[in-house]
Ligand binder design. Structure first.
Ligand SMILES: [Cu+2]
Length: 165
């Protein structure tokens, strides 16, 4: 029985690691060959899709020109759906407010629950008028989406394809 449980843990851990790897990986700033700028509004991206080459390291500069907090997250559709729970947790804990992020509370509470720290190399969450960036190496030609997982945003159109050729 113990072995069986261990096996399940092993499979669960590996499938997660495998899907993360599918996305590509955090890019080395020295390898950046292209810079793409994406603007975030309430609730959509401009441009509404981006195109990259397989194997390319891209710097994505993200600007939030909306009036709400938004996220730019690179993942598969399936992963975005899973990520929504993490976002809901930020809202439940009053860390993520409509137009601001309580960074002090986020830091404090993430000591107990690291998932509340919301630190992922494949995403950036920004308050209005803030700019952030992601340097990403797109290693595989799989179906990826840029999306905002703040509840209600993905559903109302804050999602776009990342085309890898
Ligand atoms: Cu959003």
């Amino acid at each position: 029985m113990k072995k069986l449980i261990l096996l399940f843990i092993f499979i669960a851990f590996n499938s997660n690691a495998a899907s993360m790897k599918m996305l590509g990986s955090k890019g080395d700033p020295n390898d950046v060959t292209r810079v793409i700028e994406v603007k975030m509004y309430d609730n959509y991206y401009k441009p509404s899709s981006i195109q990259v080459k397989k194997g390319e390291t891209v710097k994505i500069i993200v600007k939030n020109l909306g009036e709400l907090v938004h996220e730019y997250n690179i993942a598969t559709k399936e992963m975005h759906i899973k990520h929504t729970t993490e976002m809901a947790k930020l809202i439940e804990n009053d860390i993520l407010l409509g137009d601001s992020i309580d960074h002090a509370k986020m830091k404090e509470m993430s000591k107990k629950d690291p998932s509340l720290g919301h630190k992922h190399a494949n995403s950036v969450m920004l308050e209005p008028n803030k700019t952030g960036e992601i340097i990403w190496k797109f290693s595989n030609d799989i179906a990826l989406e840029m999306a905002c997982n703040i509840p209600g945003h993905y559903e109302t159109g804050m999602v776009g394809p990342i085309i890898i050729k």
